[in-house]
Design a protein around this ligand. Structure first.
Ligand code: E4P
Length: 218
């Protein structure tokens, strides 16, 4: 399972990368705005900065919503760095743009996936990744993990190469459940990844080991 971090914060990306288990980064326009990154040239520079920190796929989202605009923007984003994956929304023109990029050998991440039908369409168009937003489904009392299950079944039935990138992950149990289902990738905050490391028995056990060592090595 690949671990991506869902942020545009360079310090957080560096910290996650230093752990040695980071496989990539996802961003979106809201995350860029949160960091105060505005204007086309600043946004592009920020993507390059992220690519220079992490040796892995970095999703960069288009703003255009028409096929010509998405193709223009996506082509420019893909040219910034070999690790850029063009992130495209699941809308009619997005499907056409994904098909175009698939024919051109440019990798894509189809975002804002909330149903199995959307995931099937994106895979048919040749998306490299699809991003089902499981946390946002949970937020509206719908089982986000069930969506990941359904997509896994459909992709396995037809051996689609499209990778399931479980997005909108909120906590460590989301990561564990996605791993059990067989999601290819998860993206979430650093706090959710770090929480995987925690167990009170680990802390108690370590304290005891260190205390026993200290007793014997006075
Ligand atoms: C996915 O690529 C999105 O950036 C992200 O996971 C959305 O998460 P949120 O629902 O926590 O905003």
């Amino acid at each position: 399972m690949k671990f991506f971090i869902d942020t545009a914060n360079l310090n957080e990306i560096r910290e996650a990368n230093d752990l040695g288990v980071l496989d990539g980064v996802t961003t979106n326009p809201s995350l860029m705005a949160k960091e105060g990154i505005t204007g086309e040239s600043n946004i592009k520079k920020h993507y390059v900065d992220i690519c220079n920190i992490v040796d892995g796929d970095v999703s960069a989202e288009v703003i255009a919503t028409d096929v010509a605009g998405m193709i223009k923007e996506g082509t420019e984003l893909a040219a910034l760095h070999e690790n850029i994956v063009v992130k495209i929304p699941m809308i009619k023109d997005g499907i056409k743009a994904i098909k175009h990029f698939s024919n051109e050998g440019i990798r894509t991440n189809c975002t804002l996936i909330f149903s199995p039908g959307q995931a099937l369409l994106a895979a048919k168009a040749g998306a490299t990744y699809i991003s089902p937003f499981l946390g946002r489904l949970d937020d509206v009392s719908t089982d986000g993990l069930n969506l990941i299950h359904e997509i896994r079944t459909i992709y396995d039935n037809y051996m689609f190469d499209t990778e399931i990138l479980a997005a909108s992950v909120r906590h460590p149990m989301h990561i564990i459940d996605c791993a059990k289902i067989g999601a290819d990738v998860m993206t979430g905050p650093l706090s959710a990844i770090m929480a995987l490391a925690n167990h009170p028995l680990t802390d108690i056990g370590l304290q005891k080991f260190l205390a026993d060592y200290a007793k014997g090595n006075k």
